[in-house]
Design a protein around this ligand. Structure first.
Ligand code: KG4
Ligand code: ZN
Length: 342
């Protein structure tokens, strides 16, 4: 595509700073031109998790550099931007304010629209970058550090929550189990790695709430079961196999999500399944979902792993949806630490 062809579609700069990644990305229409992530995860790992003040300071240092790199890699100048999309919530307040203030100043000085993006909607929109032909309706398995839900996206701007967790999110459970097993931050990928060498032989409780009126998941019981299993073994002087614990936990956490996602799509007669959020980067989840969708004759659209965890490409992708809907933010928009899923 030549630059003049690209220019017929809006060029959107996305900025993300809700947790420990400072990210900037450029899209033109649905085509991704660049994506830059500067992470403070190594710094945070020394403390075993994200320290809000360290995150805010790291964003302050990195947001300008991430944006410059994103523009350079996209081969555009700052004057080519048609809109600035930025995460305004949910996330760490101080961290969000850095990206939001930066985006406001940029949009104001360029005199282009500012688009305020809900981080979770960004995770949903990541799939649009994987398949430029993706259109609603579709069913999404959303699993991140803050949310776990199955959603029915009906139009570009409307979705229905079909089921969600009643307590912890799946990613949170991965992080807690990592801590129990003495694995460093970030927990999820480390549990996955350990699980690869283990067998799912321990009967931990599955994350699905049985006999519930509505579709519900729960991760606190599963997490407690892992803690109890380790403590009991310690008290009895029995040895444990951490790889088997990780593999058994991973199956108990993920199998019900995959099964129910496919069931929801079949029940609704929806032919497309997508996934999003950090846990969707998990290889076991991806393989299971791929196999289950293939068996049920459903088309699966999975974002690349790097677009499942936090990034700005997904914020720009959701920005495009809001741009097309004419949904722009005022300069008085504030950051929100929490935004309900619906
Ligand atoms: O979507 P995300 O990057 O941030 C939030 O919006 O929460 O998700 C982060 C979560 C963390 O809990 C992390 O441990 C988990 O996603 N995660 C994974 C994997 N990669 C990230 N969990 C399991 N397996 C992975 N490979
Ligand atoms: Zn996220």
């Amino acid at each position: 595509m030549t630059f003049s062809e690209l220019k017929k579609k809006p060029i959107i700069l996305g900025i993300e700073s809700s947790c420990d990644e400072t990210a900037a990305a450029v899209i033109c229409g649905r085509k991704l031109l660049s994506s830059v992530i500067i992470s403070s995860a190594t710094e945070q790992a020394k403390f075993g998790g994200v320290v809000p003040e360290i995150a805010s300071r790291a964003h302050t240092e990195a947001v300008d550099e991430a944006t410059k790199q994103a523009l350079t890699r996209a081969g555009i100048g700052v004057g080519d931007i048609d809109a600035v999309a930025v995460t305004y919530g949910a996330g760490l307040l101080g961290a969000l304010l850095v990206g939001l203030s930066f985006a406001k100043s940029l949009a104001y000085s360029l005199d282009v629209p500012l688009i305020a993006v809900n981080h979770i909607r960004g995770h949903l929109a990541a799939s649009y970058l994987s398949d430029e032909s993706l259109q609603p309706p579709y069913v999404t398995l959303l699993a991140s550090g803050g949310h776990t839900a199955i959603l029915h996206t009906k139009t570009y701007t409307e979705f229905e929550v079909l089921g969600s967790t009643s307590d912890d999110a799946a990613g949170e459970a991965f992080d807690k189990v990592a801590r129990i097993l003495g694995l460093p931050y970030p927990g999820g990928p480390n549990v996955q790695r350990l699980a690869e060498g283990g067998k799912a032989v321990i009967p931990f409780p599955q994350s699905l709430v049985k006999n519930s009126q509505r579709l519900q998941f729960s991760y606190s019981g599963l997490k407690t079961a892992v803690i109890n299993y380790c403590h009991n073994a310690e008290q009895k002087g029995n040895s444990i196999n951490p790889a088997d614990i990780a593999a058994s936990f991973q199956c108990a956490a993920i199998d019900p999500l995959v099964k129910k996602t496919v069931e929801c799509a079949k029940k609704l007669g929806v032919k497309i399944v997508t996934a999003g959020g950090g846990v969707a980067a998990n290889d076991y989840l991806r393989t299971q979902l791929f196999q289950a969708c293939a068996k049920a004759n459903l088309k699966l659209i999975l974002p690349e792993k790097k677009f499942c965890t936090d990034n700005a490409a997904m914020i720009a992708a959701e920005g495009l949806i809001q741009y097309n809907a004419g949904n722009f933010a005022g300069m008085d928009i504030n950051a929100c630490a929490q935004i309900p899923l619906k």
